[in-house]
Design a protein around this ligand. Structure first.
Ligand SMILES: [Zn+2]
Length: 252
């Protein structure tokens, strides 16, 4: 970082320091959060949780509300055991670092590689529609903000379920409309600008409605919708963001 940028960063951290929020990733204590994201009419109209313009960024490490919420849930609430195998699709960098350091029995990170992005060494090229692992291999799958990019999301959900052990758990977050019952999708639309207008991002193929839970249940998941935001206000999480905690039934 250049000297001028470093001074600027220090001033920013000094002027925003306080005791309202605490970032679990970098330890920075602040009085407020950085406003991030972009507001699009469709995100406001559909009251989409997990996107749009909001006060959500850590001034120090740039972590977002939703990543801190996952930290709270996985590390604090689930008290993640070490003797498990975890698959993390499209891994959030800060959460992934914590999980790497957690000394899990096995921690596999996967993402669908694109040429324009440089992936960290521990991330493998994995397509969630065709996960290269045998049935019932993982105890847990973490796959957030991925399904809204995939036309055949049912196939992806089934694939996640396939690689999960019976009794295994999945955390499957998506941007979701608070006021729409039905998911809005249209696969004939491929123009990035049009997708942005209708689905809130150039590469999204839908905006999930409250029927998201039914979609998960239809592939066999038992879905627990959890809201822990009250308990973790300090982490600057979105009070409206629920966690979709899915379990593969243990039929034995
Ligand atoms: Zn931070």
């Amino acid at each position: 970082m250049k000297i001028l940028e470093r001074i600027k960063k220090r001033l920013t951290l000094f002027s925003h320091s306080g005791s309202t929020y605490h970032c679990p990733f970098c330890g920075y204590n602040s009085k407020d959060l950085e406003v991030v994201g972009h507001n699009l009419p469709v995100l406001i109209e559909k009251h989409v949780i997990g996107g749009g313009r909001r006060a959500a960024g850590c001034y120090k490490c740039n972590s977002r509300d939703r990543e801190r919420l996952l930290y709270a849930f996985i590390i604090k609430e689930l008290n993640l055991p070490k003797e498990i195998t975890v698959l993390h699709i499209a891994p959030e960098p800060k959460l992934s670092k914590i999980l790497l350091d957690h000394n899990l029995k096995e921690y596999i990170c996967g993402d669908l590689f694109t040429e324009s992005y440089h992936y960290p060494e521990h991330v493998k090229n994995i397509n969630v529609l065709d996960i290269p692992y045998e049935n019932e291999y993982f105890d847990m799958v973490i796959c957030n903000h991925v399904l809204e990019h995939i036309p055949d999301d049912t196939k992806a959900m089934k694939e996640i379920s396939r690689v999960l052990k019976r009794g295994g758990q999945a955390i499957l977050q998506v941007p979701i409309s608070k006021n729409s019952i039905q998911t809005h999708e249209d696969f004939t639309i491929s123009d990035p600008q049009k997708r942005k207008e209708l689905f809130g991002q150039f590469d999204h193929v839908r905006i999930y409605g409250q029927d998201y839970v039914t979609r998960l249940e239809n592939v066999g998941f038992v879905v627990e919708r959890v809201n822990i935001s009250n308990k973790y206000k300090k982490f600057g999480v979105n009070p409206e963001e629920d966690i979709f905690f899915c379990k593969k039934e243990n039929l034995n």
